[in-house]
Design a protein around this ligand. Structure first.
Ligand SMILES: Cc1cc2nc3c(=O)[nH]c(=O)nc-3n(C[C@H](O)[C@H](O)[C@H](O)COP(=O)(O)OP(=O)(O)OC[C@H]3O[C@@H](n4cnc5c(N)ncnc54)[C@H](O)[C@@H]3O)c2cc1C
Ligand SMILES: NC(=O)c1ccc[n+]([C@@H]2O[C@H](COP(=O)([O-])OP(=O)(O)OC[C@H]3O[C@@H](n4cnc5c(N)ncnc54)[C@H](O)[C@@H]3O)[C@@H](O)[C@H]2O)c1
Length: 459
């Protein structure tokens, strides 16, 4: 069987689902192909941003309760964890169904559940779970297959207690002892919330680097904050071998050449994510891959096949949901045949928030980059304990650092405090619109909030 569409979208990622909905609304015939019915809505909703942030929030409640003397033994914490997992699951199912419904009720969009692979530049084969095959044809195709967790080649790693982020989001019991391999975004977010739930967390980093892209003073404060939660960092440390102990694993570890043995209930491998092009049949197309396995695209996200675009994590570069959404903005006018509008090189500022407790957020350039680029700057720095609201809610950890150039324009900001993930967007707007730092300094903010600290910090 064969069907013809205006657009085929492979993978239900952020950009692809938005394209499908908007093009369907414009009477274009769209097919979206998703291999896993539990992934309608994509990574973010099902196994990424939202479930993790639900757990970050629940774990924070437990650690807050501790400040009011409400605490308990492992059984108390485990029951709380199970409730949190239930709430996370309910939220995920609700959002997945909502996402499915948005496209399912769009009469111009057909949803295919199956694995897609290219037969040629404009033909895609879909094989469903019951092994039925269909060929879909379209003039235009968008690849939005996301990324997958990298893993490690360690003896014994194929153990039920060792998992990547998807697996750890399905745990039934709170691990008493958790090992996280990799001190990156995922490793640190999981470490922070599991420590808040009451797990004993160890992080192994194979070299001596920690948040290498960040300024050293910032990385130092963040590490200290995490250590106060009893998270133990092991640098220059890796695992040589895992041994199965039934409900736990024995890890034969090597730190700086010396061996030691530790037992963990669960192990999370968080050593990065790679573009998901496995079995996509790209060899049947003119699409080319880069050295990290990413689909190569031009400034308009077009691949080496003139009718195929790649969006989201699969094209390499920063892996964030809002970047995938911005990819939609670049591709949408092209699919409609309108003049090329937004392009990759227009995307200069990408703010980030790592949802630690407290969250760490960044935008623009930091001191390291400014020095490397020879950009002159003035630094404004304040600890969070100088902000009245921080004392009101007893959240006094962290800092704010803002860099200002010779024209009094903000060029970078790093914030680590309770509201950093909200506040960073105001600073992103200020940088984007070249708002003078004096304007933010003399601005009337409501009170008491974290953002009003700009009155003092920029003084
Ligand atoms: C644990 C974790 C936490 C994260 N937290 C955040 C966060 O807080 N904020 C943030 O902005 N980003 C976060 N991210 C990153 C973010 O989730 C991703 O950048 C984003 O979801 C990328 O989406 P995408 O559009 O590339 O595609 P995805 O959402 O990954 O969708 C790709 C889809 O394609 C499907 N697919 C793959 N191959 C095929 C095929 N051959 N045929 C059919 N279907 C296929 C997959 O099943 C999947 O549903 C997190 C990621 C993880 C793993
Ligand atoms: N809040 C957010 O926006 C958020 C949250 C989670 C994830 N994400 C996205 O997901 C992406 C992937 O996250 P991640 O943490 O898996 O990747 P990452 O690249 O951020 O971190 C990987 C870590 O593993 C280490 N590592 C690499 N190879 C290793 C090896 N062989 N042995 C031991 N350690 C090794 C790296 O040095 C690094 O510390 C992030 O880059 C980010 O874009 C975003």
């Amino acid at each position: 069987m064969e069907k013809i569409y205006d657009l085929l979208v492979i993978g239900w990622g952020k950009a692809g689902k938005t394209l499908s909905a908007k093009l369907g609304a414009k009477e274009k015939k769209v097919a979206i192909i998703e291999e896993n019915p539990k992934m309608y809505g994509g990574t973010c909703i099902n196994v990424g941003c939202l479930p993790t942030k639900s757990l970050v929030h629940s774990a924070k409640i437990l650690s807050e309760a501790k400040k009011y003397g409400i605490d308990g033994d492992y059984s108390f914490k485990n029951n709380f964890f199970k409730e949190a997992m239930k709430k996370k699951e309910e939220m995920t199912i609700k959002l997945r169904n909502k996402n499915f419904g948005i496209l399912d009720t769009n009469e111009n969009v057909d949803i295919y559940n199956g694995r897609a692979s290219f037969v040629s530049n404009n033909e895609v084969k879909v094989i469903s779970s019951d092994n039925k095959e269909i060929i879909l044809k379209a003039d235009k195709i968008v690849i939005n297959t996301g990324s997958i967790s990298r893993t490690l080649n360690i003896d014994g790693i194929d153990n039920k207690n060792i998992m990547v982020s998807e697996g750890i989001l399905e745990l039934k019991e709170l691990p008493k002892k958790l090992l996280i391999i990799g001190a990156g975004y995922i490793g640190l977010e999981f470490a922070s919330y599991f420590a808040n739930f009451g797990s004993e967390v160890s992080i192994f980093q194979f070299d001596d680097s920690f948040l290498v892209r960040e300024d050293e003073d910032e990385a130092k404060i963040i590490k200290e904050i995490l250590e106060k939660k009893d998270i133990k960092f092991f640098f220059k440390t890796s695992v040589k071998k895992f041994e199965d102990l039934g409900n736990s694993v024995k890890a034969i570890c090597v730190q700086d050449g010396k061996e030691f043995i530790e037992e963990f209930d669960k192990v999370l491998i968080a050593v990065g994510r790679k573009p998901n092009t496995d079995n996509l049949g790209l060899e049947n197309t003119s699409i080319q891959l880069g050295k990290f396995g990413e689909i190569l695209v031009d400034d308009y996200l077009k691949t080496d096949a003139p009718n195929v675009w790649a969006v989201g994590d699969v094209k390499g570069g920063p892996q964030f949901t809002y970047v995938s959404l911005d990819d939609f903005r670049i591709v949408f006018p092209q699919i409609l045949g309108e003049n090329n509008g937004r392009k990759l090189s227009d995307r200069i500022l990408i703010p980030t928030s790592t949802f630690l407790d407290p969250p760490y957020s960044r935008v623009g350039i930091n001191e390291k980059e400014a020095q490397r680029l020879g950009i002159k700057y003035t630094k404004k720095f304040a600890l969070t304990n100088t902000i009245p609201k921080a004392h009101v809610i007893n959240e006094i950890e962290g800092f704010t650092k803002i860099l200002i150039n010779e024209n009094d324009e903000i060029i970078g900001a790093s914030i680590c405090h309770y509201e950093s993930h909200e506040m960073i967007n105001l600073l992103t707007l200020a940088i984007n619109q070249k708002i003078k730092s004096k304007v933010l300094k003399d601005f009337i903010y409501t009170h008491p909030i974290f953002t009003e600290s700009l009155n003092d910090i920029l003084g």
